[in-house]
Design a protein around this ligand. Structure first.
Ligand code: C2E
Ligand code: CA
Ligand code: CA
Length: 508
């Protein structure tokens, strides 16, 4: 543009000089003069137009940078810009930040193809856009995760509006997938939009594992929980090294004739360096997510082997002890070799260890589960199906899978208390397991009525607070010792008297 202007002016100067030299005898100076005017004119025009054009290009580039190419709505950056603009321009308007995601959306992509998945995401994007008023906005953060900044009204109205939004999205998705929504009510419009979006996401994540609700409002304890989780994860390796994890043992009673301890389940606890006692529900899910559960399960197995070895050295008869194995082990090629190596190290026979696999593993990979169970069984291990009746499994599945024991989920038993139909279901499950020659253990037995019912319905074993709580290794050893030296036998199934000793059980 500057070069054009300079060339134009040079040409203009030549034209003038030639005109002065040649006068009117030649047309050449006039042509050069006109050429100079044209070229310098375009230079001058460029001088004014290029900035305008530049602005236009910049604006187009901004729009492209802030728009989600697939859905046409704002992307993360665009949403942050627009959201910040709205919060600043409307300081008196009360807003809420919403985080919405379609749970297990990848399943749709895998089942019906990515084109179908993309179409659905576009339709969700337009629906959310249509739901926004002039001073509201929405965007796609990533994948199947969307975000909105909506005005607040009363809590009831907000809830109704969100519910309506969820049901519209559900209509688009059609497949029975869960729509999870987190809501953060912005207290002060000076708060960063990024912070508001993170809080809404934290609220959504808080219900990811809880299938009973699909909308959650943020409260500040959620970040506290996140903080605690990070702290636990950052300390896990050190804690394992320092033996802060320990196996507790919950006795399992044979209720067919007399209530004798015939087995036990090892349940991990974390007692940290400050003496804080943590039950597994506080950390197992974190370790399942980051893979540390594999190490922890082997650690618990080794503790169990060591304890069984102590029992043998004391001249007592060991009972089989069940160890929980998380789903991550299904994909371990050397699972059996690793378990066997630990058993050999402590001279423990295979029958002394039961492997508990949870029923929910069938959801993730049925074929893999069948293979793992057959391989364990072929290697001489007894395999129990944990939490039976809590979800995926069916009675027909029991026929195909090579199990030894089935553990009836606590919830299964709880329904017997109030519901005659529940009792019928438990009876028919017990009949079926008997036909298949599977042993049945009822978990979570809390009342004498439940124990009587189970005994009468033909259940083999029982485990629950009524009979004994999980206890530390030394207390469990003493219990076995007492039982075998005093030959404790009770005729009818009855809760044994609680064992008193120094170390705390779960109840203390
Ligand atoms: P689970 O395998 O179903 O273990 C039974 C849970 O029920 C235990 O909870 C036990 O303390 C509890 N329980 C026993 N009797 C009763 C009762 O009468 N009433 C009630 N309300 N509860 C009863 P705990 O020890 O908190 O373990 C929770 C879960 O953590 C376990 O459920 C298991 O899934 C997991 N877990 C525990 N230890 C390990 C481990 O070493 N590895 C793995 N992968 N998971 C573990
Ligand atoms: Ca278990
Ligand atoms: Ca269980």
């Amino acid at each position: 543009m500057w070069i054009t202007l300079a060339l134009g002016l040079l040409t203009l100067l030549c034209g003038v000089l030639l005109a002065v030299g040649h006068g009117a005898q030649s047309a050449l100076p006039l042509v050069i003069l006109l050429l100079g005017i044209a070229v310098s004119g375009s230079g001058v025009a460029g001088l004014f137009c290029v900035p305008l054009l530049g602005k236009r290009i910049d604006a187009d580039r901004d729009v492209a940078m802030r728009t989600d190419a697939m859905t046409g709505i704002l992307n993360r950056l665009g949403f942050y810009f627009k959201g910040c603009e709205l919060l600043t321009a409307n300081p008196k308007t009360r807003y809420m930040s919403i985080d919405l995601d379609v749970d297990r959306f990848t399943n749709l992509n895998i089942l019906y193809g990515y084109d179908h998945g993309d179409e659905l995401l576009c339709a969700i994007g337009s629906t959310l856009q249509e739901a926004c008023e002039a001073d509201e906005c929405c965007g796609r953060i990533e994948g199947d995760r969307f975000t909105l900044l909506l005005k607040r009204s009363t809590k009831e109205n907000d809830r109704a509006r969100i519910d309506a939004l969820v049901s519209r999205v559900r209509t688009i998705v059609k497949h029975p997938l869960r729509i999870c929504v987190g809501v953060y009510e912005i207290e002060n419009n000076k708060e960063a939009i990024e912070y508001a979006t993170d809080c809404a996401a934290a609220a959504r994540l808080s219900i990811k594992r809880d299938s009973s609700s699909s909308v959650a409002f943020y409260d500040y304890t959620l970040h506290q929980q996140d903080f605690t989780s990070n702290e636990l994860v950052s300390r896990m390796e050190e804690a394992l090294h320092d033996h802060e994890f320990c196996a507790y043992y919950q006795p399992i009673f044979d209720i067919r004739n007399g209530s004798r301890v015939c087995a036990a389940e090892a349940l991990v606890r974390w007692i940290d360096r400050d003496g804080r006692f943590m039950p597994p529900d506080e950390f197992i899910h974190l370790f399942e997510r980051n893979g540390f559960i594999m190490q922890l399960d082997y650690y618990v197995l080794e503790e169990v082997c060591r304890m069984q070895n102590d029992i043998i050295k004391l001249g007592l008869e060991p009972v089989p002890i069940a160890v929980n194995f998380s789903r991550a082990h299904l994909y371990e090629d050397d699972l059996i070799a690793k378990i066997s190596a630990l058993l050999n190290k402590y001279c423990i026979a295979h029958w002394m260890i039961d492997i508990e696999l949870t029923e929910s593993m069938l959801n993730s990979d049925q074929e893999r589960m069948l293979k793992t169970v057959s391989a364990l069984s072929a290697a001489g291990f007894s395999v129990s199906m944990d939490d039976f009746g809590s979800g995926a499994s069916s009675l027909s599945m029991l026929k195909t899978i090579q199990l030894d024991k089935v553990k009836l989920d606590r919830a299964f038993l709880a329904q017997c208390d109030t519901d005659a139909r529940g009792r019928t279901v438990v009876r028919s499950v017990l009949r079926m397991t008997q036909q298949l020659k599977l042993l049945t253990i009822a978990e979570g037995v809390e009342t004498q009525e439940q124990l009587d019912f189970l005994h009468e319905a033909g259940c083999d074993m029982a485990q629950g607070y009524l009979l004994a709580r999980p206890m530390p290794a030394d207390r469990f050893r003493d219990m076995i010792d007492d039982m075998q030296t005093k030959r404790l036998r009770v005729k009818t199934p009855r809760a044994p008297r609680p064992v008193r000793n120094s170390a705390p059980t779960d109840e203390e």
